[in-house]
Design a protein around this ligand. Structure first.
Ligand SMILES: [Zn+2]
Length: 217
């Protein structure tokens, strides 16, 4: 099977997983994957739900912005997807969704803390990117500078949603899941701490026992 068909099928499977996990309902959010042979990506178009992606409705867009013929409107977030691929050759896939726990934190203007060993290991830091200066949704102008730091693999968009990037769609999807799971855990922690009058909690410094042992030597 050629690369284009394989990438389309992987995108359809990832989108379905995201929908099944309730990380993205309706036709919001978007996800994309880089093709191997040409400077182009496959992306979900505007107005198509994560559960309704097909080989026929997915779009192919070149990194210079040229859209292969399509009956659908391109995603509103196409520009930031394209720019992430342009600025980072290690980014091969992007999953952007409006998952509710993470977006709740982002709408309160609170950066989601990396409070589990897994988030320290897999993410390290989840920057919160504010709305555009006009109060509109974040664009490549706000998003790309954050991802110029090659350590950044996940970010949260104020009043909007989350971004996970990776070398494969599944890796980007895992990050979308970890961001949401971490926001849920943070809410439970913060609620319990408030109920018990606690104001401080420990945060892990290391993601793995091996890292901690290595640092202790
Ligand atoms: Zn969005």
């Amino acid at each position: 099977m050629d690369d284009l068909i394989q990438k389309k099928d992987a995108l359809i499977a990832t989108a379905k997983r995201c929908f099944d996990l309730r990380l993205q309902t309706n036709a919001g959010g978007n996800l994309s994957v880089r093709l191997d042979s040409v400077d182009a990506i496959v992306i979900k178009p505007s107005g198509v739900g994560f559960n309704e992606c097909t080989r026929e409705n997915l779009q192919v867009v070149h990194l210079d912005g040229t859209l292969e013929p399509s009956d659908h409107k391109p995603s509103k977030d196409l520009d930031f997807h394209l720019d992430l691929y342009r600025i980072r050759d290690d980014i091969k896939a992007v999953v952007h969704c409006h998952s509710p726990w993470a977006t709740g934190y982002a709408s309160a203007g609170i950066e989601i803390p990396c409070l589990t060993v897994q988030t320290i290991e897999k993410i390290g830091r989840m920057p919160l990117i504010p709305l555009s200066p006009q109060g509109g949704p974040q664009t490549d102008k706000e998003i790309s500078p954050v991802f110029q730091d090659r350590h950044v693999v996940a970010a949260v968009l104020a009043n909007h949603g989350t971004i996970g990037v990776g070398t494969t769609l599944l890796k980007a999807q895992y990050l979308a899941e970890i961001i949401e799971e971490t926001a849920h855990i943070a809410f439970v922690r913060d609620t319990l701490m408030a109920a018990h009058g606690k104001t401080a909690a420990d945060l892990p410094q290391y993601g793995t026992a091996a890292d901690a042992r290595a640092a202790a030597v």
